[in-house]
Ligand binder design. Structure first.
Ligand code: AMP
Length: 113
């Protein structure tokens, strides 16, 4: 999608502090971290949010969770971490490209993300 900032990060058109990428998924550090470790994991394909997940595109969501498990181990988050996806502005979504916040690296409060 032309004016989507996360599409541009996935395509390498604007810089992102990437920790992982493959043909389907990109993970990078959030610009405004809400925890000591705060990653965003996104599909390369533009999906606006969880309301747009369907039978045709849900495989990438399963893959995202495999990537999250791998990164959680690599970043030593085994003690505990949180995955959040805000869906629509009413829930606080500000970037309309599906993304999963991964928060960890410290004791988390219930208000983070
Ligand atoms: P949400 O509010 O759930 O849509 O989350 C969007 C997240 O994207 C926020 O936590 C922002 O800090 C983060 N964000 C926005 N632009 C960038 C960027 N260029 N690089 C990294 N994170 C970003």
């Amino acid at each position: 999608m032309n004016d989507c900032i996360f599409c541009k990060i996935a395509a390498g058109e604007i810089p992102g502090n990437k920790v992982y990428e493959d043909d389907q998924v990109v993970a990078f550090y959030d610009l405004n971290p809400a925890a000591k470790v705060h990653l965003l994991v996104i599909p390369r394909e533009h999906i606006a949010n969880m309301m747009e997940i369907n039978a045709a595109n849900s495989a990438v969501v399963a893959h995202i969770f495999e990537v999250i498990a791998k990164l959680a181990k690599e970043l030593k988050l085994e003690k505990g971490f949180r995955v959040v996806s805000n869906c629509n502005a009413y829930a606080g979504q500000s970037v309309f490209h599906l993304h999963f916040h991964v928060l960890g690296g410290e004791q988390l409060s219930l208000t983070m993300c």
